[in-house]
Design a protein around this ligand. Structure first.
Ligand code: C2E
Ligand code: CA
Ligand code: CA
Length: 527
């Protein structure tokens, strides 16, 4: 359950990040697509504006040419020449000579006058930006046309009747054609021509894109059903969403890393950096004389505010998070540094450190240990490595090999917590250690439970057979000390003499109770 909760939390962080990036990606893609669509629609309208401007330019140029050729009279020869001119220019349907007020004097094709539904006064005509032409709608039965008026002189003007083919407005892409209409109209609101393919009835929920000519008084309007846009030019949508989701995933994973940086492992790392793990020292003593013969180094985490955290609260995490090696070397180095004078002064004094099996079996363990111990100028013979028997030693052969090498270099090896571990007595034999440390569990009950005493006696006998020393841990009372002595245990450790102490206190204790010098190496022999 404990390990499940962080997993769920981290999954939620990743999912949350995916969702928010997905949603943002959706809106960003929509906005981008919307922007692109509007730009493209404006460009399309602009195309119609250009085409229409071109048509008017063409009409005005035709009129200029007629004027230049002097063909602005109503005589038969002129009108014939004008008809030829019109014939050669398909967009121009007719040319008319008009009075300054706009009223018609004559027409190249006089019959076309019959098709007119009306004719506007000059005052209703719209002037071009450069004031060279006037534009107006010519309502005709066969469809409206655009009148382009050009003054020749004060008395006369010519008008080109420009037929605007609705195909001029056929610019919409295939996806939008059915849902759109394009309208060319004058700036006074009159409609000139409309292009609406496959379109019956008004467009529902239409949006308008309007472009006005800067040169002539007309405008182009694209009416478009909004629904059609969802299918148009949205190829970018799914790639954009995929990119957003990928970014969301990366961001989420980064967040989980950050989250981890705030977790207990990050606290461990910070503590390692700040050197907050300190060795405490608990004396080991001779059960006969009570003399101190060595000490066990026990880790404490001294936090910034001075509080002391017990090893059970960080050793398992340090081990599972891969920090135990760094922590062990840090503790051992400090301990050696603290204890160097005493260790060098009293060559029988033993310093025991706890090493987890995974660290013992790791590559370079022996090399690093030697470097640390020799670097502190302390003899390997004074260092005891305590390997707990609580955790199973998976590779006993490998472990035995490491123990053998350690012993070859002079180090001592103790099996810790004996009696409560997984490995059983056969492992004690196989490992080849120097010392067995009987677990506090037995010491707690040795005065009350006869079977405990029997087990302790058994362990002592086994140790003798294997030429190992025996140490009892957690001795709190005089009775326990005596009971252990009766079972043949010669050395011990416990509150009876002292709890684990910070170095300064431990040194004080040693000054009060000087450690034994020349203590017998094989305590079992004493027993
Ligand atoms: P351990 O190696 O079995 O250490 C003995 C534990 O028993 C220590 O607990 C010690 O304070 C406690 N103890 C000693 N005498 C008495 C006593 O008379 N009465 C009672 N009630 N307790 C006594 P501590 O220091 O809390 O350490 C707990 C465990 O944490 C150690 O058990 C050891 O397995 C681990 N540990 C401590 N320091 C280190 C370290 O530097 N490295 C590693 N790998 N493990 C460590
Ligand atoms: Ca220990
Ligand atoms: Ca123990």
């Amino acid at each position: 359950m404990k390990s499940l909760r962080p997993t769920i939390l981290l999954s939620l962080i990743v999912l949350g990040s995916l969702a928010s990036f997905g949603i943002t990606g959706h809106f960003a893609a929509e906005a981008f697509i919307g922007h692109q669509q509007s730009r493209q629609l404006n460009e399309l309208a602009e195309i119609v504006v250009r085409r229409s401007e071109l048509a008017v330019d063409f009409a005005a140029a035709s009129l200029d040419e007629l004027a230049a050729r002097g063909l602005v009279t109503c005589d038969a020869a002129s009108l014939q020449a004008i008809r030829l001119h019109v014939y050669q220019r398909s967009a121009v349907k007719d040319v008319r000579l008009v009075n300054p007020d706009g009223s018609v004097i004559c027409s190249a094709y006089s019959e076309t006058l019959e098709f007119d539904k009306g004719w506007v006064d000059r005052s209703d005509m719209l002037v071009s930006t450069d004031a060279r032409v006037l534009l107006f709608r010519v309502e005709q039965f066969g469809g409206d046309a655009l009148g382009v008026l050009r003054d020749v002189d004060r008395q006369r003007s010519v008008v080109a009747i420009l037929g605007i083919n609705s195909s001029l407005l056929d610019i919409m892409p295939a996806e939008l054609r059915g849902e759109s209409e394009v309208v060319l109209g004058l700036n006074n609101g009159e409609k000139l021509v409309q292009f609406s393919p496959q379109q019956d009835g008004a467009l529902a929920d239409a949006l308008d894109v309007i472009r006005t000519s800067s040169r002539y008084p007309f405008r182009v309007t694209i009416h478009l059903a909004r629904g059609a846009l969802s299918q148009w030019n949205n190829e970018i949508y799914w790639p954009a969403i995929s990119i957003a989701l990928a970014l969301g995933l990366v961001f989420g994973l980064l967040l989980t890393r950050l989250k981890r940086l705030e977790g207990p492992v990050a606290d461990l790392d910070r503590a390692l950096l700040r050197d907050e793990f300190k060795p405490f020292f608990q004396p080991t003593f001779d059960l006969h004389s009570g003399e101190i013969v060595g000490c066990e180094v026990l880790a404490r985490w001294i936090t910034k505010d001075g509080s002391v955290i017990s090893p059970m609260n960080f050793i398992p995490l340090a081990e599972s998070s891969g920090r135990i090696q760094k922590l062990t070397w840090q503790i051992l180095s400090t301990a050696l540094n603290d204890m160097r004078p005493l260790l060098r002064e009293n060559r029988d004094f033993k310093l025991a450190v706890n090493v987890v099996p995974s660290h013992l079996l790791s590559v370079n363990f022996i090399e690093t240990l030697r470097r640390v111990v020799m670097g502190a100028r302390v003899s390997a013979r004074q260092i005891v490595l305590e390997i707990t028997e609580r955790d199973e030693l998976h590779d006993l052969d490998h472990a035995a090999d490491v123990v053998r090498q350690l012993r070859d270099y002079g180090f001592k090896v103790a099996i810790d917590d004996v009696g409560v571990g997984h490995s059983g007595l056969s492992h004690l034999k196989g490992l080849g250690a120097n010392i067995i440390k009987i677990d506090k569990f037995f010491i707690d009950t040795i005065t009350e439970d006869a079977s405990t005493a029997v087990i302790v006696e058994m362990l002592v006998r086994l140790a003798q057979d294997l030429h190992m020393d025996v140490m009892a841990e957690g001795i709190e009372t005089e009775e326990q000390r005596r009971a252990l002595l009766a079972c043949g245990v010669a050395q011990g450790q416990g509150y009876l003499v002292a709890p684990p102490l910070p170095f300064a206190k431990f040194r004080e204790l040693l000054s009060r109770r000087p450690p034994a010098v020349g203590a017998v190496e094989d305590a079992a022999l004493v027993a």
